[in-house]
Ligand binder design. Structure first.
Ligand code: NDP
Length: 291
């Protein structure tokens, strides 16, 4: 029987821990609650759903949030001004720009203009670089942190295990590969990164102890591509024909009974990602708040 890596359950526990920490370290000291800023550009349907759920998550644990929703044709200069204001606003502890952003905007330039101490998505080059160092004070991208925390809280040993990560995006695959392979208490995995140029993907997946997949193709990984007992983490969120049904990147039915564990979609990595954003925001409030 394949067991589920239940992200909802783990996220609920972590939410409670964060909530307790807010009370103990902030509210009881008569300080203001952590405040997350969210910049959303345009009307992308999925982005709006993600942003709404982030706002709801803040409410659940007593964090403040502010949404700045901008028109899809906004000029880059104007966004940089808004970011500069948020960087200097002592009432905002951390903020994010919901990705992807409109094509006419230079994503790298915009991300690089965020103050690294408020970059709770962990995408600023300074924070990204620190992932490979043992720097626990920086921000790790929420999905990558969510994935390793999901494994850690399920007592899955990753030391010396062969992890195949399918997908190398800066949001998921790449930072996850760095966290999994770090020389750290929870790390030391031997990582192979696969992508769209990888030849004979099954060769790698059949030799994997752990597979983390983030390609954005529904039911991509099949039972015939894996070995018995493998641990599967499905990051994919594929909205089928804009219906309410979400599919992961793993063909659940065909791996069921072969894999030892699988993170379901929905209810696996998604809730972990959202709660890790809260964790990063709390981190910003505790360590970097502008006095
Ligand atoms: P990207 O499109 O940025 O990256 C996809 C990656 O998959 C690329 O590295 C690409 O390779 C690789 N890829 C595409 N086709 C193949 C193939 N046939 N074989 C092997 N590799 C392939 O996507 P994201 O990383 O942003 O997102 C991936 C999925 O994860 C999406 O479904 C997204 O919705 C979901 N997601 C879920 C989150 C959550 O919290 N659960 C958070 C973020 C994303 P190449 O680099 O060569 O193009």
């Amino acid at each position: 029987m394949t067991k589920l890596l239940n992200g909802n359950q783990v996220a609920m526990k972590i939410r409670k821990e964060i909530s307790n920490e807010i009370v103990k370290k902030i509210v009881n000291k008569k300080q203001r609650v952590p405040h997350l800023g969210i910049i959303l550009v345009g009307e992308n349907h999925s982005s709006r759903i993600y942003v709404n759920s982030k706002i709801q998550e803040c409410k659940k644990i007593g964090m403040q949030s502010t949404l700045i929703h901008l028109h899809k044709n906004i000029e880059e200069k104007k966004i940089l001004e808004i970011i500069n204001n948020m960087n200097n606003n002592p009432m905002i502890d951390g903020f994010i720009i919901q990705l992807p952003i409109e094509k006419h905007l230079n994503q790298e330039k915009i991300i690089s203009s965020i103050n690294p101490k408020k970059d709770v998505d962990g995408f600023h080059p300074e924070n990204f670089g620190k992932i490979s160092l043992k720097n626990t004070k920086s921000f790790f991208p929420a999905t990558a942190l969510g994935i390793i925390t999901l494994l850690e809280r399920n007592n899955i040993n990753i030391h010396g295990k062969h992890t195949v990560i399918i997908g190398r995006s800066r949001i998921v695959g790449l930072p996850t590969s760095l966290l999994m392979s770090r020389k750290a208490t929870f790390g030391n995995s031997t990582v192979t990164i696969a992508h769209s140029y990888t030849k004979d993907l099954s060769f790698y997946t059949k030799h994997a102890d752990i597979i983390i997949i983030a390609v954005g193709i529904p039911n991509f990984l099949k039972g015939k591509m894996i070995k018995k007992g493998v641990i599967l983490v499905d990051v994919g969120i594929n909205n089928i024909h804009n219906s309410k049904k979400l599919l992961g990147d793993i063909d659940f039915d065909s791996v069921n009974g072969i894999a030892s564990y699988i993170s379901p979609v929905p209810g696996g990595v998604g809730p972990m990602t959202r709660v890790m954003l809260l964790k990063n925001t709390l981190h910003a409030a505790l360590h970097y708040r502008i006095k």
